[in-house]
Ligand binder design. Sequence first.
Ligand SMILES: Cc1ncc(C[n+]2csc(CCOP(=O)(O)OP(=O)(O)O)c2C)c(N)n1
Length: 324
Amino acid sequence: MKLGKEDLISLYRKMVRARKMDELTIRGLQEGKVLSFYHSNQGSEALSVGGAAVLKKTDYLWAHHRGHGIGALIGKGLDPKGFIAEHYGKVTGSCKGISGFHMAEPEDGILGAGGTIGYQFPLALGNGLAAKKAGKQQVVLACFGDGGSNRGTLHEAMNLASVWKLPIVWVCDNNGMAQYTPIKDTYPKEDIADLAAGYNMPGIVVDGLDIMAVYEAVYEAVERARKGDGPTLIEAKTARYRSHSEGSPDVSHTQTRSQEEIAELKKRDPVESFKEKLLNQGILTEEMVAAINREAEEEAAAAEKFGVESPPPDPSVIDNLVYR
Ligand SMILES: Cc1ncc(C[n+]2csc(CCOP(=O)(O)OP(=O)(O)O)c2C)c(N)n1
């Protein structure tokens, strides 16, 4: 898969936009505008943006809860205004302001979010079966964290997905931590991708801080799924730059997380390192970088204004909810 110059610039722009929206959401929480809580996506942009950018509008996506799906939403080409309004609890939000952060944009294949880790696996399986039966070459991208990989639902779903050769790409965001617990204390091997062998599907480990590596791995897996060759498990080694959720202590068990380790990971910040790579290759110039930053800041400011100025939902929204 060869990405052209414009594709690379587009990926960089999307990562910058995802970072700015993440920063805006954190600020919104601190200022009391965001009603629920927030799990920052900083350190996972290459994966969330790069994975979703491979998809077509008609493909299905279960985003990971990092950033409440903001990277995936922008990666798939959606306008983030509804995301901000939803977090502000406004009627213009993507779920009319009543979901907290459990967002859905079903017309664009963003199917929602649940509060229970592992909720999405059987649902993704169902989407995969529906996609196969519909015969429209749709693919399901089912994202989760390293902690989620220990849920039994993943194993049941990966097993059947493989037996039925469903078009599902399982994508694990391995940032090394499940809230306060390092994955090394709950999983006996180095690579979560090794689970794939037990279900007879390819298991790929990819550098989750490198958007080109992510894009290429997801692209291959999506093509394989579209051709009817079945599922793939991709594990991306990412980083978590902030605490599990804003305001919660940044600890590993009871000890403050190693600041040296985080500083080391930040040296390979996915947004910054992709910028450096594109500058070195002459694909971006400093002027272009400044313009992309400015546009992303303007987009965030407009989304904030939209969220602030939108009205809250009328209580009847809840009475009139219809799920199809
Ligand atoms: C079944 C279940 N157990 C625990 C929780 C609380 N919880 C929410 S996020 C989270 C960490 C999940 O870790 P991981 O899947 O690695 O994702 P990360 O937050 O690190 O990106 C936990 C334990 C939950 N929501 N559901």
